[in-house]
Design a protein around this ligand. Sequence first.
Ligand SMILES: Nc1ncnc2c1ncn2[C@@H]1O[C@H](COP(=O)(O)OP(=O)(O)OP(=O)(O)O)[C@@H](O)[C@H]1O
Ligand SMILES: [Mg+2]
Length: 247
Amino acid sequence: MNAWYGLGRSATRPNDSLSPYFMPILSLQNVTKDYSTDAAPVRALDGVSLDVAAGEFVALVGRSGCGKSTLLNLAGAMDFPTSGSVLLDGVATSSLKDAELTKLRREKVGFIFQSFQLLNTLTVFGNVELPLMLAGKPNAREAAGERLTWVELEGLGDRYPHQLSGGQMQRVGIARALIHAPKLLLADEPTGNLDTTTGNLILELLRRLARERNTATVMATHSAEAAALADVVVRLRDGKIQDVVRR
Ligand SMILES: Nc1ncnc2c1ncn2[C@@H]1O[C@H](COP(=O)(O)OP(=O)(O)OP(=O)(O)O)[C@@H](O)[C@H]1O
Ligand SMILES: [Mg+2]
């Protein structure tokens, strides 16, 4: 039988798991992910079970190739498990049709990338408000301004990405990821392109936002500082959870 590694309050108090209040934002249940290749298929995740509660700040660590990015892609419904289930806010991602998936990805999840992925032809305001514009939502500029305040970039909305430092670009990336007020923030090596000091400021910002906005955050990282700031450190090895440490 596979070990069950619960992380959220639902996990530590199993009797509460029937109460909607304790429903994890993200739940991986015995998840296996195989990638097909020209040679034998690669098993990137192998029987992973994990619950993440609202507001929890989780660091995903382990050697290159252990499955961190794969787990984040499944958590964000960008890809689907070969077997097992991924539940986002209680809904199995594999059960959804395209239109429902688009809505789920857009409204429940925010992504932060190592390389920021800003659009160079748009200003900071333009980058942050773009997801709202694409969703046809009103008051995009106002919402973007509010998010820029959250990441302490007020006043820089009219600049272009090339006029920003790396740390400022990542703050824009975070503001954009928060534009829909998602319940889950997924970050793949968010400090990988930043110097240690700037990276640590970004980590502290992510942790503060997780607390203040009750946004569950799952971050793949090679940084010891990142793991030290997390509420929960999940160590993967060869696609399996090796251990889970709560602070
Ligand atoms: N599209 C793919 N096709 C085939 N194999 C893949 C694919 N994506 C990932 N893999 C394999 O799955 C395993 C897990 O990869 P993954 O990218 O999740 O690792 P990671 O922990 O994020 O590594 P890193 O720290 O280097 O980013 C690796 O063996 C990788 O080669
Ligand atoms: Mg990776």
